[in-house]
Design a protein around this ligand. Structure first.
Ligand SMILES: Nc1nc2c(ncn2[C@@H]2O[C@H](COP(=O)(O)OP(=O)(O)OP(=O)(O)O)[C@@H](O)[C@H]2O)c(=O)[nH]1
Ligand SMILES: [Zn+2]
Length: 202
């Protein structure tokens, strides 16, 4: 069972958030994180982003995916409108950074993001979002507006005790390096992506 191990206010480029670390034990060095905007109104549907870790995109600004831009856009939106980002330690759709780099190496040889995982003997997507729901329950969230394009995340909320008020699209411009990745997300995973341009949540 997850519990709050520590929390503190942290000023960021987008404003100050309450940062909370969740883990079963305090010796967990990869705790799940939630960052909560101060103006969050818990009596209304809360804007929520479930964000899966991507060190290549968020820390090193890789152009192969749009995770870094999505996290930045979500922080900006949530600071302005209230809400929570639940940051899940699910690097590489939960295959870990070592396997993700192995998958990238296969992608250099022409495999796409799904084929590369399968070639490694791993699932295309090994995530489940039960920790995210557990965290929302700990934070006493009853109803959400979910910032996502991923139908699996929507389904998972619908199947939980948390009410889904609406989805807020979080679509970024594609780059020449990310276009084929986004196409696979749309075609294989059924992500709700428009072919046209950006829909930023603002
Ligand atoms: N295995 C693998 N993981 C990847 C690859 N590219 C990005 N990821 C991981 O994919 C996760 C993000 O998933 P996405 O499918 O981009 O987005 P999503 O979270 O499902 O959906 P949104 O809520 O719409 O952003 C992060 O954990 C990334 O590290 C890749 O080529 N291979
Ligand atoms: Zn990424």
């Amino acid at each position: 069972m997850l519990k709050i191990q520590a929390e503190s206010n942290v000023p960021t480029a987008y404003g100050e958030f309450r940062m909370i670390a969740f883990a079963e034990v305090e010796t967990d060095w990869m705790p799940q994180m939630a960052i909560v905007a101060k103006n969050t109104d818990f009596s209304k549907p809360v804007n929520v982003r479930f964000h899966s870790e991507c060190i290549t995109g968020e820390v090193f600004h890789s152009r192969k995916c749009e995770c870094g831009q999505q996290l930045d856009a979500a922080m900006k939106f949530i600071y302005e409108n209230g809400g929570i980002i639940v940051y899940l330690r699910q690097e590489g759709r939960n295959i870990g950074i070592i396997n993700k780099l192995r998958a990238y190496a296969l992608q250099e040889q022409g495999l796409d993001t799904v084929e590369a995982n399968l070639q490694l003997g791993l699932p295309a997507d090994d995530r489940n979002f039960s920790s995210a729901i557990e965290i929302l329950n700990i934070l006493n969230v009853k109803e959400v507006n979910l910032l996502t394009n991923n139908p699996e995340k929507i389904k998972m909320v619908e199947e939980s005790n948390i009410k889904l008020n609406k989805r807020i699209p979080l679509q970024m411009d594609s780059t020449k390096e990310s276009a084929s990745y986004l196409k696979v997300k749309k075609d294989y995973f059924g992500h709700l992506l428009d072919d046209e341009d950006t829909i930023n949540p603002s």
